[in-house]
Design a protein around this ligand. Structure first.
Ligand code: G6P
Length: 608
């Protein structure tokens, strides 16, 4: 993970770097740092947030027109100042090289041993410092040439930005397996992990390709490919959502993003007049006619949207569907059916395991791939044949909310399109589903209006250390997502089970101290679910039930019920999950945790 920003300009770039770091904190926030090359290398580092680094820098004369900065998600070494980037390498008592890095260098121990034997002193436990010393060791007065040689010795995944004291107004960047972009300004140029970091400085963005090395100078940039040959890469105008970092009336980005869901879903549906393959790209019709099954690959919350979609794809479109956690799929030897549509789901489009699983599936012989993604310029969208962009807008809170509901919306569109093409959805059914989709933003507003009732529950939850979530069928993945939300932001241990499994183990945990959240839509499984709820009540468990307005469920002793609007059929998961997002948010708020930046986590997981 980690975020990188670099700039070469004629003005003081420290404020730009720090602003960029703030926008990259979603990539990790264990520590941060900034360095300038201004008559010698200078740096400031902090194990607190970027705001603290800003204060540190303001207290000293810290300026420069060439600089690199970094926000860290710790892999090698604890989140301590000595492990924070930028890392410097010294020769003959002089700090010569400064470097920031995102990724993991697998052969760093070997490099470290070699350089230690040559007298280099390591101040950190990071793999990064080994690269800084290696650059220093191989430095021949030309940073570009040196970095081109250094990267050939590195195994693993990396994006780096490096500068040398003796070459002011020059930064060299390189990427392999981790994102790095170049921003082209007017008489100034930039490097960053994503375009959002540069919003306000430039919208002219070049996406580096695997193995590229880039020479960034004041008057221009030159990119070299993995064979060290100069290449032209097209600049794109990218509207990075600088406004996304405004909180407005909300206390946290997560709360803001929960409340943005009606807008995000209506944007995701913009231009959808019917279920037509063109929505997914010009080749979609041919691809969809060629497939007989679906394989979904994803991580985290995106994996749960895939699990939900499986119920839709099998029941509506009649397509055998499997859903796999990307980090598992990429290391097993699956049986391959080349007529499978591989669907990757990702908010960021950069998640290392999902990206690697996609490439692995392609290597194994899968011909067809589709990305459901929130970032149109991401690696995943570039590497797939088809795509559908969710229009959630930038999601800043680490716990995903609007990305999830927009993914579900896109997955329902995919299902309906495949169902129609396979002769399983007539015009009447299409009109019915379209109407329901269009009404979703309004239905969501009614769910959001339940917030005060959920706040009342959250006070009881905040005092618990464990919680159980139950769901059945389509709503089992929603229970999983609810448990994930609660554990990641409130640190309450939460587990989800398909309610029918209760008696095979988790019932042993049920006491009056264990709240049991039940996702109870008024669907065909409601009677079965009610029996499962009785099993909990009989053991003294406290039930917190999200039911639909038209179901016969009422609060009574040990059973607390909040009613959603009427049952929303196949799209019901999109409404039910919002109540669980709000429950997690308000419970975390009551416990005083750092809601938007939960401990040890990061938004974009670009390492394995
Ligand atoms: C991290 C984030 C989650 C996200 C997951 C997958 O764990 O904290 O919110 O669901 O990565 O990310 P992706 O960008 O691929 O959806």
């Amino acid at each position: 993970m980690c975020g990188i920003v670099g700039a070469v300009a004629q003005r003081n770039i420290v404020p730009i770097l720090l602003e960029g770091l703030k926008r990259l904190e979603y990539r990790g926030y264990d520590s941060c740092g900034v360095a300038v090359n201004n008559n010698g290398l200078k740096r400031a580092r902090s194990v607190a947030r970027v705001a603290e680094l800003q204060e540190q820098v303001a207290r000293t004369e810290f300026e420069g027109n060439t600089g690199i900065a970094h926000t860290r998600w710790a892999t090698h070494g604890a989140p301590a100042t000595n492990n924070a980037h930028p890392h410097f390498s010294t020769k003959d008592g002089e700090q010569r090289i400064g470097l920031v890095h995102n990724g993991i260098i697998e052969n760093y121990e070997e490099i470290r041993t070699e350089l230690k034997a040559l007298g280099y002193v390591f101040e950190s436990q990071t793999d990064t410092e080994a690269i800084a010393h290696l650059v220093n060791h191989m430095y021949d007065g030309d940073l570009l040439r040196t970095v081109q040689k250094v990267v050939k010795r590195l195994h693993g995944a990396f994006a780096i930005a490096v500068f040398a004291k003796d070459e002011p107004q020059r930064i060299v960047g390189a990427r392999l397996g981790c994102p790095l972009i170049v921003g082209l300004g007017d008489g100034e140029n930039f490097l960053a992990s994503d375009a959002m970091a540069l919003a306000g400085s430039t919208d002219q963005i070049v996406y580096l390709e695997e193995g590229d090395v880039v020479d960034v100078r004041l008057d221009g940039v030159q990119i070299y490919d993995k064979l060290d040959l100069p290449v032209e890469r097209r600049a794109q105008t990218v509207q990075a959502y600088s406004g996304a970092i405004e909180l407005g009336p909300y206390r946290h980005y997560m709360q803001k993003e929960i409340f943005e869901q009606p807008r995000a879903i209506s944007d995701t549906l913009e231009g959808v007049l019917g279920f037509t393959p063109e929505l997914f790209g010009p080749k979609a019709e041919a691809v969809f006619n060629d497939i007989d099954s679906v394989l979904i690959l994803a991580c985290g919350t995106s994996y749960y949207s895939g699990m939900t979609a499986r119920y839709w794809l099998e029941s509506l479109a009649g397509l055998p569907t499997s859903v796999e956690i990307a980090s598992e799929y990429r290391y097993r030897k699956p049986a391959v059916n080349p007529n499978t549509l591989v669907v990757v789901i990702s908010q960021s489009g950069e998640t290392a395991d999902t990206l690697a699983a996609l490439k692995y599936a392609q290597e194994l012989g899968h011909k067809h791939s589709l990305a459901i993604c929130n970032v149109g310029t991401s690696a995943m969208v570039r590497e797939t044949e088809l795509s559908y962009l969710t229009r959630a807008g930038a999601e800043i809170g680490v716990a995903s909310t609007k990305a999830f509901t927009t993914q579900l919306t896109a997955l329902f569109l995919l299902t309906a399109t495949l169902a129609k093409m396979r002769g399983r959805m007539d015009a009447e059914a299409e009109a019915f589903h379209l109407k329901n989709l269009r009404h979703l933003p309004n239905a969501l507003q009614s769910v959001l209006a339940l917030e005060p009732h959920i706040i009342a529950w959250s006070e009881a939850f905040a005092r618990k250390e464990h919680a159980l979530f139950l769901g059945r069928g389509l709503h089992y993945p929603i229970a999983l997502e609810g448990a994930l939300k609660l554990k990641e932001i409130s640190y309450i241990h939460a587990e989800a089970y398909p309610a029918g499994e209760l008696k095979h183990g988790p019932l042993a945990l049920v006491t009056e101290d264990m709240p049991v959240v039940t996702v109870a839509p008024n669907d065909t499984l409601i009677e079965k679910l009610k029996s499962n709820m009785q099993e909990v009540r009989a053991r003294g468990g406290q039930l917190y039930v999200f039911a639909d307005g038209d179901s016969q469920m009422h609060s009574s002793e040990g059973i607390h019920v909040i009613r959603l609007p009427e049952h929303y059929g196949l799209l019901s998961p999109i409404l039910h999950v919002v109540t669980l997002q709000l429950l997690a948010y308000h419970t975390a708020l009551a416990r005083g945790t750092d809601v938007d930046k939960p401990r040890n986590l990061a938004k974009s997981v670009t390492v394995e």
